[in-house]
Design a protein around this ligand. Sequence first.
Ligand SMILES: Nc1ncnc2c1ncn2[C@@H]1O[C@H](COP(=O)(O)OP(=O)(O)OP(=O)(O)O)[C@@H](O)[C@H]1O
Ligand SMILES: [Mg+2]
Length: 245
Amino acid sequence: MLKLHNVSKCYGQQLAVNNVTLTVEAGEIFGLIGQSGAGKSTILRMMNCLEEPTSGDVIVGEQNLVKSTPRQLRAARKSIGMIFQHFNLVANKTVFQNVEIALVLAKYPKAQRKKRVMECLQFVGLQAFQSKYPAQLSGGQKQRVAIARALANEPAVLLCDEPTSSLDPKTTAEILHVLQEINKRLDVTIVIVSHEMDVIKRICHRVCVVSKGEVYDIVNIEPIGIAKIEDHPQTFVDELVREGL
Ligand SMILES: Nc1ncnc2c1ncn2[C@@H]1O[C@H](COP(=O)(O)OP(=O)(O)OP(=O)(O)O)[C@@H](O)[C@H]1O
Ligand SMILES: [Mg+2]
């Protein structure tokens, strides 16, 4: 459903991502793990061409984003939602307005916007917070608003860059639960970047280990669920990470 083919990214002289080829299958939760500076965010941001690859192809569905016109790219991006570590909400807009922005930008019919915003807020459990401002919310609530905004245009794929890295363990579990529900109930394919193995192990079906801008390995994992992580033995992927990849 989403394929990077021989994708590289240079920043000036620096090769940040080197010849990455990988396919994310429809319906899966796909993890990207690796050390700081490994190139995880750059790879993720190339999946919707937020970052334009220096070379290579990005295929989403049938469309090659690299070869698309700006108009085609805008249309394709409607089917790709994105959330970030620091939530990226608009401070002077309410919760309702923050979600509505996505619909306004996508030229969603005005008469149906309110209903759609409230559906999305209901999905993340924040209907009662629609008139609050981001500064009045906890970190977990802010991330829920960002998730509602990302869901507004019914994306097929949700890209998540360290979505729980600013959150405490309990809130992390809650957000991972929301992501799992989005995957299961809304059939949204999820790509999640994290440097925390615990996060990956809880919900991902496969994980790609990124090291020095390259794909070191792609490993199937059995998601162990959100609770009771301490009870589970270390996995093969932990060993890779311990090896410093
Ligand atoms: N806009 C940019 N301009 C110049 N160099 C960049 C830019 N973005 C990333 N880089 C460089 O590319 C490399 C990969 O960065 P990237 O942000 O993708 O890593 P990461 O794995 O997401 O790291 P972290 O875990 O710290 O978020 C790093 O060496 C970084 O300094
Ligand atoms: Mg990053």
